[in-house]
Design a protein around this ligand. Structure first.
Ligand SMILES: *Cc1c(COP(=O)(O)O)cnc(C)c1O
Length: 403
């Protein structure tokens, strides 16, 4: 039988264990929710403080000459984690806005086509933004079940837009196969990497993906509401257009001309003035990946998740897996009809995961700071919550506003 001592032994042998020192985590807390909000890097407060006190406070407006380069510089750092070229990624806006811009870009690259195919049950903002874009023109958004995606592609489809790792189930799509299926019908393929970048090995170039975006605050540790990033394959840069033509995406913003001319490449996805403090925090988040091999990190996350599933099967028989064993991202999902009060009771015991309605308990295993012993402690606390029935206490009956 696997014991807590076995978990500690795995930690002692873990070649990635050193990376946990890059984070500042509360003592005594078992944090298994880095898939929702990445942990605080130890250097972020100093990094942002320096941007405030020195760059802003002393440098004032003169610091813009440095800050202006950050969206491209940070984009190049993210590129390494997702198999993109350094000039194919830019940090800008949030994921929702980037979905809109990229989908609009795809429609203008395929002007004779009027359909976007996506997955029913996709992350809500992807569905909402695609339909919002569709409401401006006569675009049909086809949201189909995962098994029907390939079959929904035809010669009317401009874009196949999918989330690579599903937020609820952790299931990972075969990016190369689905991109190839889209290309076979003449459509473009775009990917939301919010639960993939920094969590699973992604190779946009090998998959021939056309477009992608994702957020900076989950596995990339950029802090709450961190800026997002957008990727466009180099082969589309020349023809790339998008409708949110803000002045920062202009070729020469400081000429202040009346007419828009796009900046080179992905820089034309920029809209307005970037939030510099958010960029500084994201820079610190991305630095936690310095020297980290993504396939090795992804393999550790999978091993942590597999162990969690095995221990939960043994110690928490009331829970049903809601995630695949194979082809899973850096998270585990378990089902119980009373997921919400169970999670609240678990959090009261110092183990933090989250809930997705109606019945899914989610646990994330970012490789850089999650230990095998956290897996053990998490399952043990979960087993105690279930066995004791303490989740039925009235203090856990109220649904929280933000989960
Ligand atoms: C977290 C997440 C988002 C977040 O979008 P925001 O615009 O940053 O709120 C978008 N898509 C997916 C798939 C996500 O998991």
């Amino acid at each position: 039988m696997f014991t807590r001592a076995d978990a500690l032994a795995l930690d002692a042998d873990d070649p990635l264990a050193f990376a946990r020192a890059r984070f500042s985590l509360p003592v005594g807390l078992t944090y298994l929710d880095g898939n929702s909000l990445g942990a605080l890097p130890r250097r972020t407060a100093t990094r942002v403080g320096d941007t405030i006190a020195r760059e802003w406070g002393q440098g004032l407006v003169g610091s813009w000459s440095e800050w202006f380069g950050w969206p491209a510089k940070l984009g190049a750092k993210i590129a390494r984690l997702i198999g993109a070229g350094p000039d194919e990624v830019i940090v800008t806006d949030n994921t929702s806005v980037n979905v809109f811009k990229l989908a609009a870009a795809a429609l203008s690259l395929r002007p004779e086509r009027r359909v976007i195919v996506t997955e029913a049950g996709n992350f809500p903002t992807d569905l909402y933004m695609l339909r919002g874009l569709g409401s401006l023109t006569d675009i049909e958004v086809r949201a189909v079940a995962p098994a029907e995606i390939a079959g929904a592609l035809d010669e009317h489809v401009a874009l196949l837009w999918l989330t690579h790792t599903h937020y609820r189930t952790g299931a990972v799509h075969d990016m190369a196969a689905l991109t190839a299926a889209a290309h076979a019908k003449g459509a473009l393929a775009g990917w939301d990497l919010s639960h993939s970048a920094g969590a699973v090995a992604v190779d946009l170039k090998a998959a021939q993906a056309d477009l992608a975006t994702g957020c900076g605050y989950k596995y990339l540790n950029g802090g709450p509401g961190a800026p997002a990033y957008a990727y466009v394959a180099g082969r589309h840069h020349e023809a790339l257009t998008q409708p949110l033509t803000g002045w920062i995406g202009h070729a020469a913003p400081f000429d202040f001309g009346d007419d828009y001319a796009p900046a080179r490449g992905v820089a034309r996805l920029l809209t307005g003035t970037p939030g510099v403090l958010g960029l500084a925090a994201l820079a610190s988040g991305l630095a936690t990946f310095d020297g980290i091999d993504m396939p090795a990190a992804a393999a550790k996350s999978r091993a942590l998740g597999d162990l969690f599933l095995d221990l939960a099967a043994e110690h928490c028989p009331a829970l049903e897996p809601a995630c695949p064993r194979e082809g899973r991202g850096a998270q585990v999902s378990l089902r119980h009809p009373h997921a919400e009060p169970i999670m609240q009771a678990l959090i009261a015991r110092g183990v933090v995961g989250d809930v997705r309605p109606p019945d899914v308990l989610r646990f994330g295993f970012p490789a850089l700071y999650t230990r095998y012993v956290d897996v053990w402690d998490g399952v043990e606390a979960l087993a105690q919550v279930l066995e004791s029935g303490e989740w039925q206490d009235s203090r856990f009956a109220q649904r929280r506003a933000v989960t």
